[in-house]
Design a protein around this ligand. Structure first.
Ligand SMILES: O=c1ccn([C@@H]2O[C@H](COP(=O)(O)OP(=O)(O)O[C@H]3O[C@H](CO)[C@@H](O)[C@H](O)[C@H]3O)[C@@H](O)[C@H]2O)c(=O)[nH]1
Ligand SMILES: [Mn+2]
Length: 729
């Protein structure tokens, strides 16, 4: 092919998932069976226990509806591949500047060394350093984090050239050293030196964190520490802090090879107890403004503090979409999946992310764009600022007429502080039409939705070498708290003026509205799941059949739906490269989440709607104690704290165990006709018991610290007995 043609070739391609025809046949059959079930329910309402029957019918109707909603994601998913060589060839000299935002908020839940791993991995991107700037927003306003960043800025002088010289991956030092070894990589001497240097820095930072404060000795190293002199200074009440560690006209640092380093900035926006700070959304908006003073790059990458780069080419992947001549001008953001480096083999708490990344996200991508999920996302600055799509106005991304502000660092710092105050946003559109949206625990989803509604599309990029690797919850309590925030926030979206069907009406495709609601309706699954976990088992030992007899032909659709639904979800897990055990863990987690996190998320929405309480943002723990960590590594579930959610988590399987035992007794004493009519319920409660076996084990068998606290065990035993006594009429 001639050169002329090559210039025209697209920078990425879109591939449809194969095997959709077979899937659609399956889906239609499945749906037919679901309709048969609902028909059976409506035409066979029993005289006794009528309300329980209706309850089950309503739950099934809900599940059927939710299943249909989920089909939008499975109907025609797409996958995207980039051609980075074409980008190199065509645009290498004129690639645009990229501003990278890292958000952290708590030096104890988010250990500074973890955050520094993230910062260093991003500074070492395979991208020209004078086009990169890294901003760390610290909502904890901790001088410990600042100190860690100061250390990281010094270490970067050695780390960045080392990464580039040997072209290593991943570029987060700790992970790199844990994976590679010196002899293997043929650069033993340098490897050993830099590893030692890293460990010394780690030691210094961790000593300071353990001590809990900055010593005079360290304070004297940098003028930046003076910012903490205001008394009293707390994380909730302090003036704005901006410190340029590398950059500005005067603080241009060269690495040990004489090559410049990316700009590096520490930001702690102003906080006062009188003003809401709007959590991460507030931090992001301050970052957008501060960076506009210092570097003002047209592309913004946003990551959470634990999301370390795992692929130094990600910027180029993202630019292949945004700079594509045909379609790039239509794309607002490029979302990468959230992957995790601390997963155990069978993903005790987090298997669902795997399926979301492999199935749901490509599904939404096919409907007009993947959602913005808060981390690992490349945005166009202008669109975050509120720009609407119009066919006529194209934004050409180029590094040609762009440069960082070359004023002296201290003037830039002073000007940046002005835009990082609490009062700056008063009377402006920030948090509404500009920047990330306020007032919702899932600021990411709602911001992405509003971008889609302004006419833009987005793409989802999932290269085989993961772009980012974060830290996922290592205890069940942490996982449930996070899931509560998500389910609460997502439900809040659909109940607010941003409901995709109303807000998006006439602006986005129907498929996209429905696609968004698959997430938004998570919390709504809680009540039907509760119903399904209790009612059939309750009826079981009371001798009331709720399903057709095994010998009746009506049994067929029920059996088909049950087995094929689980069979298909197993297939999806395996297709997403998970294991069978991943799937079992995942099914257990869905059950647990639906009855606990989602229920709490659901209730909190109700309370909010009637004016009681408002939603917050509890930061996920990224640190964990050693004892619990050992159990996590052995994939033993952790129940060791007295959380009200755990009462639910323990009660339901316990109740089902009792129901199963009593039901079995009934069947044995009453013989084959009872077995015939109660079989389905026996299987159902048996299924709940077996999938929740680790919970029962933690109640009765385990002796380690991860078992349920005595208070939780007692309350749940009593509650399970009480449920058993519910009279049926
Ligand atoms: O007041 C706050 C609270 C949080 N954060 C940061 O926000 C990020 C996400 O918080 P985390 O506790 O890790 O929550 P996750 O549930 O893991 O985060 C997911 O869900 C959030 C919405 O619920 C999004 O904000 C995140 O980007 C997305 O990764 C972290 O870097 C925090 O440091 C702040 O900067 N300020
Ligand atoms: Mn997180």
């Amino acid at each position: 092919m001639g050169n002329g043609n090559e210039d025209m070739l697209p920078l990425y391609e879109t591939v449809k998932t194969r095997g959709r025809f077979v899937y659609r046949i399956f889906a239609v059959t499945f749906f037919g069976a679901v309709l048969l079930i609902l028909y059976h329910r409506l035409t066979h309402v029993p005289q006794g226990a009528k309300w329980l029957w209706i309850g089950i019918f309503l739950s099934e109707t809900w599940f059927a509806f939710y299943w249909v909603v989920n089909q939008t994601l499975r109907w025609s998913p797409v996958h995207r591949h980039t051609f980075k060589e074409r980008l190199y060839k065509r645009y290498e000299k004129e690639l645009p500047g990229v501003d990278i935002f890292v958000c952290t908020a708590d030096p104890y839940k988010e250990p500074p060394m973890l955050v520094m791993g993230t910062v260093l991995s991003l500074m070492a991107y395979d991208y020209s350093p004078h086009k990169l700037s890294v901003y760390l927003s610290d909502d904890g306003a901790s001088d410990l984090t600042f100190y860690a960043l100061l250390e990281a800025s010094k270490f970067a002088k050695h780390w960045v050239p080392f990464c580039k010289k040997f072209d290593i991956e991943p570029r987060a030092p700790k992970r790199f050293f844990s994976i590679s070894n010196s002899s293997m990589d043929h650069h033993s001497e340098e490897w050993t030196t830099i590893k030692k240097m890293f460990e010394e820095m780690e030691e210094r930072v961790e000593t300071a964190v353990k001590l809990g404060r900055i010593t005079e000795d360290i304070r004297s190293q940098h003028k930046g520490f003076l910012e903490w002199d205001k008394k009293p200074f707390t994380s909730r009440d302090h003036p704005p802090i901006v410190q340029i560690l590398i950059g500005g006209g005067d603080l241009k640092e060269l690495d040990r090879d004489g090559v410049p380093l990316p700009t590096l900035v520490y930001l702690a926006r102003e906080k006062t107890p009188e003003r809401p700070h709007n959590f991460k959304a507030g931090a992001m908006n301050a970052l957008i403004r501060v960076s506009s003073v210092i570097s003002n790059a047209p592309i913004i990458l946003n990551v959470d503090c634990d999301m370390q780069s795992n692929n130094s080419k990600s910027v180029r992947d993202a630019l292949c979409f945004l700079m594509d001549e045909e379609t790039g001008h239509h794309i607002a953001f490029v979302q990468f999946p959230q992957s995790f480096s601390n997963l155990t083999r069978n993903e005790l708490y987090d298997g669902f992310m795997r399926v979301i990344s492999a199935v749901n996200m490509p599904g939404l991508d096919s409907q007009g764009g993947a959602p913005y999920i808060g981390s690992g996302c490349f945005h166009r600055r202008s669109i975050l600022g509120g720009r609407k799509f119009s066919e006529g106005s194209r934004e050409y991304l180029s590094g040609k007429n762009w440069g960082k502000n070359e004023e002296e660092a201290w003037t830039l710092e002073e000007r940046s502080k002005d835009v990082a105050t609490c009062t700056y946003e008063l009377g402006t559109e920030w948090g509404m039409e500009m920047g990330l949206k306020y007032g919702c625990p899932v600021e990411d989803i709602i911001t992405g939705l509003s971008i889609h509604c302004r006419g833009w599309r987005s793409v989802y990029c999932n290269p085989s070498r993961e772009a980012f690797m974060g830290v996922t919850s290592t205890t069940l309590a942490d996982a449930l708290v996070q899931q509560k925030r998500w389910s609460e926030g997502d439900l809040q979206v659909i109940l607010s003026q941003y409901c995709p069907f109303i807000y998006g009406f006439g602006k986005i495709k129907m498929g996209q509205m429905i696609g968004y609601s698959t997430f938004c309706l998570w919390a709504a699954n809680s009540l039907p799941t509760w119903c399904y976990a209790i009612v059939p088992s309750l009826c079981l030992f009371n001798g009331i059949p709720l399903y057709p007899k095994v010998t009746s032909p009506w049994c067929m659709p029920y059996a088909f739906v049950a087995f094929s639904a689980y069979g298909y979800s197993l297939y999806e897990m395996l297709w997403s490269k998970g294991t069978v055990k991943c799937w079992i863990n995942d099914e257990r987690m869905w059950m647990i989440k639906r009855v606990s996190s989602f229920l709490f998320g659901f209730m909190d929405n109700i309370f909010r709607l009637v004016g009681l309480g408002k939603s917050g943002f509890e930061i996920s723990n990224k640190a964990s104690d050693e004892d619990a960590m050992r159990r996590y590594e052995q994939e033993i579930m952790e129940f060791g704290v007295a959380s009200p959610m755990f009462v639910i988590v323990a009660t339901l399987p316990l109740f089902n165990l009792i129901a199963f035992a009593l039901g079995l007794k009934r069947v044995i004493t009453q013989g084959s006709s009872a077995l015939d009519s109660l079989m389905a319920q026996l299987i159902l409660s048996g299924f709940i018991v077996s999938i929740c076996f680790p919970i029962l084990e933690a109640l009765f068998i385990r002796r380690d610290k991860g078992r349920f606290p005595a208070s939780v065990s007692c309350i749940s035993i009593v509650s399970a007995m009480l449920i058993t006594c519910i009279p049926i009429f």
